[in-house]
Design a protein around this ligand. Structure first.
Ligand code: G3H
Ligand code: 13P
Ligand code: ZN
Length: 307
């Protein structure tokens, strides 16, 4: 069933687990994440990026998710991921499809991020929609050229507390050294746990970890075996995820791992079945691997059996 982000994340905070927020963009990804949530009896956030909306249409994705979520027994929140265009965020709030939206003003000067977030929170709350905001730049810890730059771009705990108080947002995405995509680290996975601990002390609303894909060896190796060129891909380790949850992260965004899984499933099926002429057969292979990957995440995040 559909539920609200504050409720879903308050349960996660109370019982010390994290809810996975999985990016979807077509029928197969929606089916795959809901099937995994049902199998694992796990709450779930299903989210669409601006690019996913451009690809598939807000109404198409919204209708699909609503139809399937209403038939499902697990609690589901339908969420807009990384809304950078204020007009699109307003459209999503007014559409009636989204239970929550993320306004990503992280590229704006702080004052503008704060003012826009505050304005959108007011509108969203008047329509019963929750808002995730972002403070700090989600960039890999190895990408900062100096300590000064790192300090300026990762989330500042004191600033985070002021930002949350002034905007009234419901959840906060923070920057502690993860980045989006498959190539997060050259060396070991490092996150700024000390910073997370300090943010958690000063901010009481749910904290969100973006760029959290782990590039799991099983799907990465399968994709490589069947032709994908992703040898340098490296994600956030399972131990770093567990530590982040223990320090207060309760929503974890995953997109890249599902993309790799989908592609690995397609590559394998197509190579093993060169005579197949039915796209439904290879889409199903991709979908199954996406589902298995989501199940792995639910075990890792501790959200299994928490529905
Ligand atoms: O965090 C961003 C997601 O990975 C969305 O990626 O804009 O290519 O859909 P996308
Ligand atoms: P990944 O690229 O690590 O999957 O991050 C996804 C994300 O943060 C979506 O908002
Ligand atoms: Zn993100």
């Amino acid at each position: 069933m559909l539920t609200s982000l504050p409720y879903l994340l308050s349960q996660a905070q109370k019982f010390h687990y994290a809810v996975g927020a999985f990016n979807v963009y077509n029928l197969e990804t929606v089916q795959a994440v809901i099937a995994a949530a049902e199998k694992m009896k796990s709450p779930i956030v299903i989210q669409t990026s601006e690019a996913a909306i451009e690809y598939a249409g807000m109404e198409n994705l919204g209708a699909l998710v609503h139809l399937m979520a209403k038939k499902s027994k697990v609690p589901i929140v339908f969420h807009l991921d990384h809304g950078k265009d204020e007009k699109l965020v307003v459209e999503a709030i007014k559409s009636g499809w989204y239970g929550s939206v993320m306004f990503d003003g992280s590229a704006l000067p702080l004052k503008e991020n704060l003012a826009s977030t505050k304005r959108l929170v007011k509108l969203a709350h008047s329509k019963g929609v929750a808002v995730e905001a972002e403070l700090g730049a989600i960039a890999g810890i190895e990408d900062f050229v100096s300590v000064k730059e790192r300090e300026a771009l990762l989330t500042d705990p004191k600033q985070a507390a002021d930002f949350v108080r002034e905007t009234g947002c419901d959840a906060l995405a923070i920057a502690i050294g993860t980045k989006h995509g498959a190539y997060k680290f050259h060396g070991d996975c490092q996150l700024d746990s000390q910073r997370l601990q300090e943010i958690h002390k000063s901010v009481k609303i749910p904290l969100v970890l973006h760029g959290a894909s782990g590039v799991p060896a099983n799907v990465k190796n399968l994709a490589i075996k069947f032709g994908a060129k992703i040898g340098e891909a490296k994600g956030v380790s399972d131990s770093a995820i567990k530590k982040a949850i223990s320090l207060g992260i309760c929503k974890i965004n995953i997109d890249t791992d599902l993309r790799i899984a989908f592609l690995a499933g397609l590559h394998e099926f197509i190579e093993k079945n060169p005579k197949n002429l039915d796209p439904r057969a290879f889409l199903s292979a991709g979908k199954d691997l996406v589902s298995k990957t989501v199940e792995q995440k639910m075990r890792l995040f501790g959200s299994a059996k928490k529905r």
